[in-house]
Design a protein around this ligand. Structure first.
Ligand code: ACO
Length: 326
């Protein structure tokens, strides 16, 4: 199986560092230096994750030369579903008219795209479906506390989608994956209330528990260590070295995380995509947004060997090795 097409979508409204300077005690200089972010896109009220996913999904299906009715399976990676249930996959299926598809949401935070890509790949590889739609979409602005300077500067909204199809001999392939989770890291990055443990109440709202809470330094160190570790393990299993890669596409959480991890891996910076400056951390959408930029810049071509890597809340860790197919 191979990626037949990719498309992304971000809402038009920009939230710049200058805008954030008016909301919290921060500066453009601090944000840029500590994170690499200049601006992020955020939705207008009433726009949900399925709306962003719809734009990306329809564009990807069109680019694949298909119609929504051709999709047999769809998976939506997100931590910001439109609502607790029904799943955003169901809402998206209806919005795009994928009448023959079944599917579900996948919760793996910033690793959602690598996990969803792996899940979709298995559905095509086992022969159950010809075409699978993999969507990574998040409206992080819906769960960000714009009074908390340590988190509100980091995140943005966006969506990405790929269409997976059976591969012919010249089509590229999803070659291998390596994933792990470490639940001991849960408290370091979470949204404490709104689930079965702490259902919404006046207290949970007053205590601002429906927002992202993060121990930034713990997450930072884990992300650097694990991005290196999982990438190395996947390459070694495939008898490859970083030099064999054409492109390394990491989850975009912080420019310094990507730079530290790729330095440890000794990957040539010319092979590393960093576009966090324009989008911030869009959680499930960062990797497709980075791939899209790579394609647009002519940095990703048919036959290229690409390594995706992600670390996210959970903790979740993932890597996928791809021979690019178009
Ligand atoms: N503006 C100005 N000052 C700030 C801001 C801000 N926006 N945020 C924090 N500070 C202050 C802190 O209050 C602290 O001040 P103090 O020394 O007076 O207490 C000082 O800056 C240093 O804070 P640190 O937390 O040590 O700063 P650090 O260099 O670790 O950067 C950051 C913080 C950017 C959050 C970093 O830890 C990080 O990126 N962590 C990774 C988190 C992440 O991206 N998670 C996303 C999801 S998971 C994932 O994708 C891997």
């Amino acid at each position: 199986m191979t990626i037949r097409a990719l498309a992304t979508y971000v809402p038009p409204r920009l939230l710049t560092n200058a805008d954030l300077e008016k909301l919290v005690d921060t500066t453009d200089e601090w944000i840029l230096q500590r994170t690499g972010i200049r601006e992020r896109h955020v939705v207008d009220p009433g726009v949900a994750t399925s709306d962003l996913g719809k734009e990306a999904a329809l564009a990807a299906i069109g680019r694949a030369g298909l119609t929504p009715a051709d999709i047999g399976f769809l998976v939506v990676g997100t931590v910001t579903p439109d609502m607790m249930f029904p799943s955003t996959a169901c809402l998206l299926q209806h919005k795009i008219g994928a009448h023959h598809a079944w599917g579900f949401d996948l919760s793996a935070a910033c690793s959602a795209f690598t996990y969803a890509l792996t899940t979709g790949t298995q559905m095509v590889a086992c022969g159950a479906h010809d075409y699978a739609l993999v969507v990574g979409a998040d409206v992080m602005s819906s769960i960000i506390d714009y009074q908390d300077r340590s988190t509100c500067v980091l995140f943005g909204d966006g969506a990405g989608a790929v269409v997976l199809a059976p591969a012919g001999p010249d089509d590229g392939a999803i070659l291998d994956f390596e994933h792990e989770i470490d639940g001991s890291g849960g408290p370091a990055l979470c949204m404490p209330a709104g689930g079965s443990l702490r259902p919404p109440s006046h207290e949970t709202v007053e205590q601002r528990l429906h927002y992202v809470k993060q121990d930034g330094q713990t997450v930072f160190k884990f992300a650097v260590r694990k991005t290196e570790e999982i990438s190395r393990r996947l390459l070694e299993r495939n008898h490859l070295t970083p030099d064999d890669l054409s492109l390394f596409v990491s989850h975009q959480a912080n420019r310094r995380i990507i730079q530290s991890a790729t330095e440890r891996l000794a990957i040539d910076p010319a092979k590393v995509i960093i576009n966090i400056e324009r989008f911030g951390n869009t959680t499930a959408a960062t990797i497709p947004l980075a791939l899209n930029d790579a394609i647009a810049a002519g940095r990703l071509k048919k036959g290229d060997l690409v390594l995706l890597a992600s670390v996210g809340a959970g903790f979740t860790v993932g890597a996928v090795l791809i021979r690019w197919g178009y």
